[in-house]
Structure formats: structure tokens, C-alpha cells
Design a protein around this ligand. Structure first.
Ligand code: 5IU
Length: 274
């Protein structure tokens, strides 16, 4: 039977990767499948939003390269908040180069992503060598990788056989690849119809909004219910739907985080009891 009927807690045993286990444990412990994506350019706003949403999320997704006043002390503060509020860190780096280059981008530069981000992600476009490059850095540190199997944007090219090949690449690298960024579960994708899928991957899904259908730059939003219950995804990733336009409105940000958390958890409870 499907992994989608199991609780997050039951699914911990299906995983060996420490980052996958940590995420599932956090979801079970805090009773939340909400991740917040914090795309703001000032470190002060970045940290204030994370401190506000921290109690309600299992994971915080970052784009560390958009901080205009970045210095490494921001990372220390992010890590302190991750301990204070008990959430996993996911740097949405979307690596896409040859193995040797992504290994350097992951370990080095000013951001040193592998040092602090439990989870990162990569485009499968270069083929399996991108996984070996990243895993040479990340696996010894207990990190996990998500492959970008699909995207939320209108006209995305990651569809059909590209998506199926991404899933095959993941199945061949179960130690490091813990799941997908996708719009639906990849369970059974690319398998013969009679074969059983033994690989419990995590599906993290951006493009989630309760009040808007999209933005002016191709983003498309679906509701937590569509994502978790109807499409079998595991984590909803919400950005502007939660922090809106004004990062100083801390009470409003907390209210929105609670609202998305409830919607996501309700959809999950319906799913496991179906
Ligand atoms: N993101 C998407 N769609 C995708 C992928 C990543 O929106 O298919 I892959 C990122 C971009 C942004 C966040 O950091 O998720 C969504 O932010 P909003 O909820 O503000 O649209």
C-alpha cells in the first residue's frame, strides 16, 4: 500500500538519510507540514520573519544569495533560530552544473552552504554526475538532496520523460537523494504498471497560496488541500502568502503562518484517514 497512507512518524523508518529523518521527526513532533520560503533582501527582515514563523514550521527555505547585506553572522543567527524553534534548514540553491563545479559551489564561496543547510536541491539536467558531485560534499556531513522533478511556473519544461528520468536518478541514489521538489507525489512515476514502488521519497511543493492564483511573473498557486490531499505531496512551501509585502507586520505574519499550518495539517489528516 502507498506511503501516502502512513503518518510522517511511521515514515521515519523508511529512511536512512539523517536529513530525511530529521525532517519527518520535526513534522511529527511539531504537527506541521508547513515550510516558509523567506525571499527578502535584508538580513534583519530575514531573521525577523523566521523568528515569527518559527513555532509553526517544520522547515525554513532560504535563498541566501539574495541577502544584500550578507555576512556569515547571519548564518549563525539562522542556526540559533533553527535550534530555538526546532526547524530544518533548506537552502534552495538549485544547483545545475557539472559535478566538480557544484561540489565547489556547495562547499565554498562566501556562503559555504553545506556547512549549515540540512537540505539543498539540484536540477537533474546535467545527469547523475550532479548527484555524485554534491554527495561527495554533503553525504559525509549527513545532508540530503532534493531533485527538481517539476516546477510550479506556467510553461515549465520539467514534464513527461524529463520528470520520469529525474525519479530514476533519485532511485539510483537513495543514500543522498531524499525526495523531490514537485507538484505531485512521484510514487510510481516511471515504473511499469505491475511493479511496486519501494522508495519512500519526500515531496516538497512550492506554488502554494490561499488568497491568490499566481503572480505577474508566471508563478501559479494551489491550495494546501490540492497539494497535500489531492496531489499527495508532503510539505507545503509558502512564501509571500505568509510574509506578504511588509516584513514588519509580525502579528499578521504569525496569523498567516498559523492559518497555512492548519490548512496543511487538516489536509494531511484527511489523507492518512482516507
Ligand atoms: N519555487 C517556486 N516554484 C518552483 C520551485 C521553486 O515557487 O517550482 I523548484 C520557489 C521560489 C520561491 C518560493 O522561493 O519557492 C515560492 O515563493 P512564493 O510562495 O512567494 O511564490
Amino acid at each position: 500500500s502507498s506511503f501516502l497512507r502512513q503518518t510522517y512518524g511511521q515514515r521515519i523508518q523508511n529512511h536512512t538519510n539523517p536529513a530525511a529523518k530529521l525532517l519527518l521527526e520535526t513534522m511529527e513532533r511539531k504537527k506541521t507540514n508547513l515550510a516558509v520560503s523567506v525571499d527578502v533582501v535584508k538580513s534583519k527582515d530575514f531573521l525577523a520573519i523566521i523568528d515569527a514563523v518559527g513555532p509553526f514550521v517544520c522547515l525554513v527555505k532560504t535563498h541566501i544569495d539574495i541577502l544584500e547585506d550578507f555576512d556569515y553572522s547571519t548564518i549563525q543567527r539562522l542556526q540559533d533560530l533553527s535550534v530555538k524553534h526546532d526547524f530544518v534548514i533548506f537552502e534552495d540553491r538549485k544547483f545545475a552544473d557539472i559535478g566538480n563545479t557544484v561540489a565547489l559551489q556547495y562547499s565554498s564561496g562566501v556562503h559555504k552552504i553545506a556547512n549549515w543547510s540540512h537540505i539543498t536541491n539540484a536540477h537533474p539536467v546535467p545527469g547523475p554526475s550532479i548527484i555524485s558531485g554534491l554527495s561527495s560534499v554533503g553525504l559525509p556531513l549527513g545532508r540530503g538532496l532534493l531533485l527538481l522533478a517539476e516546477m510550479s511556473t506556467r510553461g515549465a519544461l520539467a514534464t513527461g520523460s524529463y520528470t520520469e528520468d529525474a525519479v530514476r536518478m533519485a532511485r539510483a541514489n537513495r543514500d543522498f537523494v531524499i525526495g523531490f521538489i514537485a507538484q505531485r507525489t512521484m510514487e510510481g512515476v516511471g515504473l511499469q504498471s505491475h511493479s511496486v514502488d519501494n522508495d519512500d521519497f519526500l515531496t516538497l511543493t512550492p506554488g502554494v497560496g490561499l488568497d491568490s492564483k499566481g503572480d505577474a511573473m508566471g508563478q501559479q498557486y494551489r491550495t494546501p488541500r490540492q497539494v497535500i490531499l489531492e496531489s499527495g505531496c508532503d510539505v507545503i512551501i509558502v512564501g509571500r502568502g505568509i510574509y506578504g509585502k511588509d516584513p514588519s507586520l509580525v502579528d499578521e505574519i504569525k496569523l498567516q503562518a498559523q492559518r497555512y499550518r492548519e490548512a496543511g495539517w487538516q489536509a494531511y489528516q484527511e489523507r492518512i484517514s482516507a
